[in-house]
Design a binder for this molecule. Structure first.
Ligand SMILES: [Zn+2]
Length: 100
């Protein structure tokens, strides 16, 4: 995934430096959109993680803030419900559990 992002950015920068972005506006915009879509697939670490009580139970679970849009996200979410960013909870999961 990171390799694809690097490749897209290299092409985009080359086009920008050569002023080809003016002549290939649609290609440049497509690369921009592809880059943004790929960035959302690279897990970003959840910020400000804190325990929250599950309503009317004695159970607490972790909640954090999306690193991109700051929306509150519960621990079981792999993607932000608000902006679609893939989330990285690896530093906040005391129990090792396999998930993709
Ligand atoms: Zn978000």
């Amino acid at each position: 995934m990171r390799g694809a992002v690097t490749n897209i950015n290299t092409i985009k920068n080359f086009m920008g430096n050569a002023r080809r972005d003016i002549h290939n506006e649609y290609l440049f915009e497509a690369l921009q959109a592809a880059n943004e879509a790929l960035q959302k697939q690279i897990a970003q670490e959840v910020q400000n993680v804190y325990p929250t009580k599950v309503k009317e139970t004695a159970i607490y679970k972790l909640t954090g803030d999306c690193p991109i849009c700051s929306a509150p996200v519960p621990v079981e979410q792999r993607y932000c419900w608000s902006c679609g960013q893939r989330l990285d909870w690896s530093k906040n999961r005391p129990i090792e559990k396999k998930w993709r």
